[in-house]
Design a binder for this molecule. Structure first.
Ligand SMILES: Cc1cc2nc3c(=O)[nH]c(=O)nc-3n(C[C@H](O)[C@H](O)[C@H](O)COP(=O)(O)OP(=O)(O)OC[C@H]3O[C@@H](n4cnc5c(N)ncnc54)[C@H](O)[C@@H]3O)c2cc1C
Length: 421
């Protein structure tokens, strides 16, 4: 991913005064032990993106001792460089209703836990339909069935909020709860929650290898050679740690893996100055979507391409596809003085075989490597599916870890993002 979004997130218009963190910066912590020290009672998490931080916060809340290693800065990869679309699940409700429900629950958790992450002055999302033949009732029925609140909007005010839109292309408009969020703020809150629950966060500390013997990982060896013992290691290293998880999940002759690793690539475009503060998605126009991050508008489509390895170089054909979609709906964007920059990014996901064809419904995955070849009894990998689903991922991870380490669970506490129970 390129720096354009980082620049957007760092713009003075969206200065953040929330909790600041103090991380241990590459220094050996107090938990350094020899790799053979099998008595360590610590869980080590590799990766400080949304998946690693949410899992760390939830496990520490549940009473586990957790250390998290991040090779660079927290959220330095996909987690702060994505489009910032907090999905309500509405886009998936027709094809994957169960997934839509989970997205909606996760949206509510996110807004409860960190309302500050919502992009200021940016409204809830408008779902627009561009084709007269689209059966919009099947969409509204699917939203109702998934428990996602919606209401029909008059088209003219919607178009007035999006200057330059081709009014003739808009047949119907609905309001759904999807939001534009600043992932960096959500991430900072998660890191603060993790730290408050006792997680030791160590940035600028790449994990280099996992010493494995007799089907058990002893801990993590960092790039400086420090050995940190662990009773369980969790890989949350995203696409930059692809090689590390591939080692444990690639297909091997004679073995039946439950998951397949899939790097998925998307192209985004930032139009500046922004075209308006109304986020929208057009499901029947390639899923063209617009997430405002003032001063820019960030556009994407529902098109994710499967690639063989993570690679953030833009593909000319996909860039052209995105541009032409934008120009169909906003014919004057090219002619105006607005700048349009395109870039691409890859996320790595673990797809169960029955999920590979489900389009955009990419479920969070928590993988127990005791069930895979090579078998490692105390190694787990986590994949968020979408950043939106961090709370579901964290809960699934807690359940698995608890089942694996139930003799050592000291106490359980509510996650910081649930309401009162
Ligand atoms: C272009 C694009 C747009 C997207 N848009 C959206 C969106 O709008 N809404 C949404 O919900 N989702 C979106 N996603 C998906 C979302 O960004 C990802 O699902 C999510 O960020 C993955 O989080 P993660 O923590 O698994 O990975 P990452 O954020 O990549 O974090 C992994 C971390 O691990 C660290 N790491 C790697 N190797 C090591 C090592 N050896 N030692 C220590 N640390 C290591 C990395 O530095 C990194 O910080 C988008 C993704 C892309 C690519």
């Amino acid at each position: 991913m390129l720096d354009q979004t980082t620049a957007i997130f760092n713009s003075p218009a969206s200065t953040y005064d929330g909790p600041k963190l103090q991380h241990t910066n590459g220094n050996p912590g107090t938990h350094a032990m020899s790799a053979g020290a099998a008595t360590a009672r610590r869980i080590v998490i590799v990766g400080g993106g949304i998946a690693g931080l949410a899992t760390a916060a939830r496990l520490a809340q549940a009473g586990f001792a957790v250390t998290l290693f991040e090779s660079s800065e927290l959220g330095s990869a996909a987690s702060t460089r994505n489009q910032g679309w907090l999905h309500s699940g509405a886009l998936f409700a027709l094809d994957a209703p169960a997934y839509a429900r989970v997205c909606h629950e996760s949206l509510e958790s996110t807004l409860r836990f960190c309302p500050e992450c919502v992009e200021p002055q940016v409204a809830a999302m408008a779902y627009l339909f561009s084709r007269p033949e689209t059966l919009v009732k099947s969409w509204t029925d699917a939203w109702t069935a998934a428990g996602i609140p919606w209401k029909e909007l008059p088209i003219d005010p919607v178009c007035a909020a999006l200057p330059g839109i081709d009014r003739a292309r808009i047949q119907h408009a609905y309001q759904l709860p999807d939001r534009a969020i600043r992932q960096d703020i959500l991430l900072t809150h998660l890191a603060a929650a993790a730290q408050n629950a006792g997680v030791e966060i160590r940035t600028a500390t790449p994990a280099k290898c996992l010493p494995i013997e007799n089907e058990r990982v002893a801990g993590v060896v960092t790039s400086s050679g420090e050995e940190v013992a662990a009773q369980l290691v969790i890989l949350a290293s995203g696409s930059s740690g692809f090689s590390m998880c591939r080692e444990f999940l690639e297909q091997r002759p004679g073995s039946q893996q439950e998951f397949e690793l899939a790097p998925l690539k998307a192209h985004l475009a930032a139009v500046e100055p922004h075209i308006g503060l109304l986020p929208f998605c057009i499901p029947d126009a390639d899923g063209l979507n617009h997430i405002p991050h003032p001063p820019a508008s960030v556009f994407g489509t529902a098109h994710w391409e499967r690639v063989s390895t993570p690679d953030d170089r833009p593909d000319a054909k996909q860039v052209e596809r995105l541009r032409s979609r934008i120009h169909e709906i906003f014919p004057d964007v090219a002619a105006s003085s607005r700048s349009l920059q395109t870039w691409s990014g890859t996320m790595i996901q673990a797809l169960r075989f029955d999920q590979i064809e489900t389009g955009g419904a990419i479920w969070p995955a928590v993988i127990d490597h005791a069930r895979h070849v090579p078998r490692v009894q105390n190694l787990v990998s986590v994949f968020s599916g979408r950043a939106t689903l961090w709370s579901k991922l964290a809960e699934d991870a807690r359940r698995l870890v608890r089942a694996k380490l139930d003799d050592t669970v000291p106490k359980t506490a509510r996650p910081p993002w649930t309401g009162s129970e």
